[in-house]
Design a protein around this ligand. Sequence first.
Ligand code: ADP
Length: 331
Amino acid sequence: MRGAIMPDSSNIIAAALAALPHASGRVAPPRVAADGTASVILDVSGLDAVARATLEADVRRVLGAVEGISAVRVVQTAQKPERRLIAIGSGKGGVGKSTLAANLAIALKRLGFRTGLVDADIYGPSQPRLMQATGERPTAEGKTLNPVETRWGVPMLSMGQLVAPDKALAWRGPMVSGALGQLIDAAWGETDTLIVDLPPGTGDIQLSMIQKHRPAGAVIVSTPQDLALIDAARAIDLFNTAGIPIIGLVENMAGYVCPHCGEVSDPFGRGGAEAEAARLGIPFLGRVPLDIAIRRASDAGEPPAARDDAAAEPFLAIAERVAAALNRTAG
Ligand code: ADP
């Protein structure tokens, strides 16, 4: 009976594990085979890669020191967290979809959501710049990526971190869909709400997003002009047809405040998106003015939504409406 476990071993094992506060509630009583091999199931739900590895190493260490245990076998399990995806789309490029996605992620975080940001805009991944995380590369465990932490408290992953943009342009359906899956099924830990910045239009990424990842809802960004709105209506139609709820439409670049004289003008018109939302029967979420300060702050990686002044207000107001819509679906 070499290596046989002593009769009171379960108490010894329990005492050994009790010395690890971070293991509390995560380790079921181990099973010890006749040959002294202890099998442990570790619940690592919500832990990041470092915390998971530390927990496993600590459990191995304390159990390995128990007399009669000759080997420790660990299986990690994790409940798939309830995580909802919000797709941010637009009919065409350059309307401020990425700017809205970054600022909405931060504004929702300020409202108490645990948000993360996925930059799936394969044609112009701009989130690393907007979130001041240029040059940071995610680490990976096997195929699972670990999102990059940002200074705004919103973890992020970007297509731009996986591949150089000029290479990504040549990607076709399955590769694009695989890359999107890698970003969305990454080690998001406690993140409960993932904001996904889609490329403009209605291409492969949108289809993959709709079919494989079923977002809880979509926010569509448009400028007030008719042409942009026609494209936006197409994007809305795609989500509608697939049964993805449209959370609403955001009007960006409405109302230009002249930095010199303060006069408000409307280079792209004003109110077009609100009227279009009414026509399509979808909620209007708010408007963001065309403001050179927004462009400058975005280029500098200082999202206005993180500020404590009026610059954050349009984004916080939009986030409040998005939050209300999410709470309605959750309830
Ligand atoms: P998209 O993701 O739709 O292509 P971006 O978010 O990259 O658009 O925005 C395009 C450009 O417009 C960027 O230079 C951005 O800083 C600028 N921009 C976006 N929204 C505004 C705004 N409300 N006021 C001023 N500049 C803006």
